[in-house]
Design a protein around this ligand. Structure first.
Ligand code: NAD
Ligand code: DAU
Length: 337
């Protein structure tokens, strides 16, 4: 396969590029990434001179460039997005531009260049929020009900992707996954923020009562799911991908991290809640399990320990990211913390 990966310098995209080049020694990858604050070529250092890999710095909202890189591509794997909910609340415009307009530009180019598969990476946040203490889960038939500028922009992009299948016959697939964690995650998201704050001697901010529930998916399990969907998934279909099946609150996740790092609960601090904060996400991943044989491979506690170790061992990777733009963002988001 000749793949175009968008957003391959970000967290999930970089894990995916490394996974794919290692698993498929005949395939080539072009990685189109604008290198926003979240894009980091250090993640891809080990493949930078690989002849089967090429990096192109550029914006998915640039139709001329997108058409150029799409030439000779048979498979598009579209990760590029503005991805952080809190930033979408502070300044939504770039989310509309990249996540909606950018996706549309890619779809047009994919159609023009007759790609064989356009795989769109989306999120469970498009489904809205579940109630606590209720066993219902999101699945492929759950109606869309996004509640933040981020999730609304991802929902719009999903609708466009599906419209290009129904209207123009573009061979698409979509995956809606839950919260990823693992190496290379930018330290604005809960798990890497908690780990790196503690390692820096700072407290961990907990939004609201901390009882919100997320469905944690290890990034390598996610990469395997995308692989299966691209190779064996049915064109025009959506697949939900999730992790743990047992509910776990943010507070419990943070306490586990504190325990791994031998810290007590004085290291957490309750702060003002996120506006429109979704209470709970939980994914029913039986479709991808039954149709493609996918399931998460390891236990959350083990993977969390592995992730904490990665951040301990790669201090320079995140220390550099926590400067400049990040400091400004952190001040605006967390005020006097
Ligand atoms: P990330 O923020 O870590 O990386 C995004 C990447 O996209 C960066 O490398 C950035 O430079 C690039 N990018 C941003 N705007 C661009 C543009 N206009 N043109 C080209 N490149 C651009 O994101 P992530 O966490 O790796 O998420 C990847 C995808 O997965 C996103 O589509 C996100 O919505 C989706 N997703 C993420 C999660 C999660 O938990 N992280 C869960 C569900 C879905
Ligand atoms: O569900 C998939 C989504 O997961 C993805 O689509 C998004 O790209 C990704 O950012 C993530 O969204 P969340 O908002 O769930 O992730 P975040 O890590 O920002 O927050 C996880 C939970 O932790 C959420 O309930 C908010 C809470 N939180 C977060 C931060 C950053 C805190 O309590 N304190 C914090 O400082």
């Amino acid at each position: 396969m000749n793949l175009l990966v968008t957003g391959g310098a970000g967290f999930i995209g970089a894990n995916f590029v490394l996974y794919w080049l290692n698993k498929y020694p005949k395939d080539t990858i072009i990685n189109l990434d604008e290198l926003t604050y979240a894009g980091n070529l250090e993640n891809l250092k080990t493949v930078e001179t690989n002849p089967r890999y090429k990096f192109v710095k550029g914006d998915i909202c640039n139709p001329k460039l997108v058409n150029q890189v799409m030439e000779g591509i048979d498979t598009v794997c579209h990760f590029a997005a503005e991805s952080h909910v809190d930033r979408s609340i502070l300044s939504p415009s770039t989310f509309i531009e990249t996540n909606i307009v950018g996706t549309h530009i890619l779809l047009e180019a994919a159609l023009k260049n007759k790609v064989k598969r356009f795989h769109h990476i989306s999120t469970d946040e498009v489904f809205g929020s579940l109630e606590l203490n209720n066993s219902s889960k999101f699945d492929e038939r759950t109606p869309y009900n996004p509640r933040s500028p981020y999730s609304a922009s991802k929902a719009a992009s999903d609708h466009l992707v599906r419209a290009y299948w129904f209207t123009y016959g573009l061979p698409i697939t979509i995956s809606n996954c839950s919260n990823n964690f693992g190496r290379f995650q930018f330290p604005e998201k809960l798990i890497p923020l908690a780990i790196t704050n503690i390692l820096e001697g700072k407290k961990v901010p907990v939004y609201g009562d901390g009882l919100h529930v997320r469905d944690w998916l290890f990034v390598e399990d996610h990469c395997r799911a995308i692989d299966l969907i691209i190779r064996d998934g049915k064109v025009g279909e959506t697949y939900c991908v999730g992790g743990l099946t047992k509910d776990i609150s943010n507070l419990e996740v943070i306490k586990k991290i504190l325990k791994i790092l031998n810290k007590d609960e004085s290291w957490l601090v309750f702060v003002k809640d996120r506006p429109g904060h979704d209470r709970k996400y939980s994914i029913d991943w039986s479709k991808i399990k039954n149709e493609l044989g996918w399931h998460p491979e390891e236990d959350f506690d083990l993977l969390l320990e592995k992730t904490v170790s990665w951040y301990k061992d790669n201090r320079n990777w995140w220390l550099r990211l926590k400067k400049a733009e990040y400091e400004k963002y952190y001040k605006e988001q967390y005020k006097n913390l």
